[in-house]
Ligand binder design. Structure first.
Ligand code: FRU
Length: 538
């Protein structure tokens, strides 16, 4: 039914579509008939697909997380946002705040495009020592460092249409003033030159920026966030190069249970992810204040695998870490965009498009002489566990009954358990409903793979690229025992194996909610231990 409200929205969407042709944006215009469908689907969206414990913008388009910092009890999350349409368009920075990393409250838009360009991805830092000179009346400036994307330049065929700009806030990130001398880094003749991530290097007392530049990372330093000196570049011969490098993040990290410090460098790449489209690879090495070099041990890992991935699912992209987390907390807190450029604009939500991953803690471990950057959901998520059932062990066929009896809602499920005594066999965790939709997480010890199968998970035909295959991770060895944690929110599954040594994050759009689970195998001797099943309530 088209009511007054819908007509208003349709008119707005038509305007948006027109503006998008004009701007020759990243994606094509939608047809008028599609827009009518858009309006009619708004209500269905909310009920069926709006996630319960993952951040989504109230309306319209979102992509990368940007500018995350923590200050005075608040976790700030900015994001690539097109407030006037549900596909990618002229980029702004949207803003949301959380006090617990789970409930995010959307705020007014933080940064609008201006005469220099659209506001692409970047970061934000708290400038305690007022190195930037932006402080007034003793207020600590927060400084955002972002990419300007000049559409006119791009249309003209220029090569230097991406530059870096800064803005500052004297009210803890609520309102921003752009620096009058922008841009602070001009383009040296590199088409893809973007996504500055800045941190304060304590050892060398200067700001360090990692910046994606085509197929490499460029490192810059600065004393005041305004003047930047080129230091070095990294990566032309390392890792995966099947796509453009984007959204880097360089940070120090202690190797768990040791006194060893290393540096991690996250690099998102699109396309060329391990299961297609967008994904994030990482490198472990050292940084001397000028140059990042890969650790020898990690080089060997790269020789064997070409690239090492933070997440093997198809929906965790452009993720970076929060700045200004206190030393007493000491965690590396990460969030990613839970989508993939292969189909982000086609997913069947209309009122808004895109979701963030659950915030995660990154930890570096050394195992069998290899470095692994693990990700696990932040511990704050535990505070929302309700209706929790804990069992020492369980028969696989009992699991569904236990969940049913406890009336646990699969739409907000946290499931943890340990597999024991696995053999050379196949083990499947199947979530389904009475309508034939199923989502399968599998561990196959014959082919030594862990996989995620969303090919029959409901709506999949909105894009040929959404579910052409089953996503897989190759294991170096068969697994006998493993810890599984699975988070289900209406349209997403996040799998963490062995506290995040292997992670797979994917979206799915069931026709009806999933409400059954079974764990099956031809092996009748495997055991499921230490089960924790909780509904997550907010
Ligand atoms: C990554 C990305 C960034 C860019 C932004 C534009 O998803 O392409 O490199 O800054 O999105 O929205």
């Amino acid at each position: 039914m088209i009511n007054k409200f819908n007509i208003k929205i349709i008119t707005r969407l038509v305007l948006v579509a027109t503006l998008m042709i004009y701007l020759n944006c990243k994606n094509d215009k939608q047809s008028y008939s599609e827009e009518i469908e858009v309006a009619e689907n708004f209500t269905e969206d909310e009920l069926k697909y709006r996630p319960l414990f993952h951040f989504t913008p109230k309306n319209n388009w979102m992509n990368d997380p940007n500018g995350m910092f923590y200050l005075n009890g608040k976790y700030h999350l900015y994001f690539q946002h097109y407030p006037d349409g549900n596909v990618w368009g002229p980029m702004h920075w949207g803003h949301a705040i959380s006090e617990d990393l789970i409930n995010f409250e959307e705020q007014p838009i933080a940064l609008y495009p201006d005469e220099i360009g659209l506001i692409f991805s970047g970061s934000a830092v708290v400038d305690y020592n007022n190195t930037s000179g932006f402080s007034k009346d003793g207020k600590v400036p927060v400084v955002a460092i972002y990419t300007y994307h000049n559409m006119e330049g791009e249309k003209r065929g220029d090569i230097d249409f991406q530059t870096q700009g800064i803005a500052y806030s004297l009210d803890e990130g609520m309102t921003w003033t752009k620096y009058s001398e922008n841009p602070v880094i001009k383009n040296p003749g590199i088409k893809d030159f973007r996504d500055p991530k800045v941190f304060w290097d304590n050892h060398n007392s200067k700001w360090i920026m990692s910046l994606a530049a085509g197929n490499k990372i460029m490192i810059y330093s600065s004393a005041n966030l305004k003047e930047w000196k080129f230091e070095s570049e990294f990566g032309e011969d390392n890792g995966d190069h099947g796509g453009v490098w984007e959204c880097p993040d360089l940070f120090p990290v202690k190797v768990k249970d040791s006194e060893e410090y290393k540096w991690a460098l996250l690099v998102s790449i699109n396309p060329s992810g391990p299961n297609g489209g967008s994904a994030t690879q990482y490198f472990i090495g050292d940084f001397d204040g000028h140059e990042f070099t890969i650790d020898d041990r990690f080089s060997k890992q790269l020789d064997e695998n070409k690239a090492v991935w933070l997440d093997y699912g198809r929906d965790n992209y452009a993720g970076v870490t929060w700045s200004n987390i206190s030393d007493t907390d000491g965690r590396k807190l990460f969030i990613g965009w839970m989508s993939n450029w292969d189909y982000a604009r086609d997913v069947p939500t209309y009122k808004w498009r895109s979701t963030m991953t659950v915030p995660r803690e990154l930890n570096l471990i050394k195992k069998n002489n290899e470095y692994i950057l693990k990700s696990i959901p932040v511990k704050e998520l535990n505070d929302f566990k309700s209706k929790t059932i804990e069992k020492d062990s369980i028969e696989p066929e009992e699991l569904s009954k236990v969940i049913e009896t406890a009336e646990i809602d699969f739409n907000k499920l946290n499931l943890e358990f340990n597999f024991k005594n696995l053999k050379e066999n196949k083990y499947q965790i199947i979530f389904n409903n009475g309508n034939g939709d199923s989502l399968i997480i599998g561990l196959n010890n014959n082919s030594k793979t862990i996989y995620l199968d969303r090919t029959k998970s409901g709506k999949v035909d909105f894009s040929e690229k959404f579910a052409p295959n089953i996503s897989k991770v190759k294991l170096s060895d068969m697994i006998n025992d493993a810890k599984f944690q699975i988070l289900l929110d209406k349209t997403s599954v996040e799998l963490f194996v062995n506290d995040g040594e292997i992670v797979m994050t994917e979206l799915f759009f069931p026709n009806n909610p999933l409400d059954q689970i079974s764990i099956i195998s031809e092996d009748s001797y495997f055991i499921i231990k230490n089960i924790v099943i909780s509904e997550l309530n907010f």
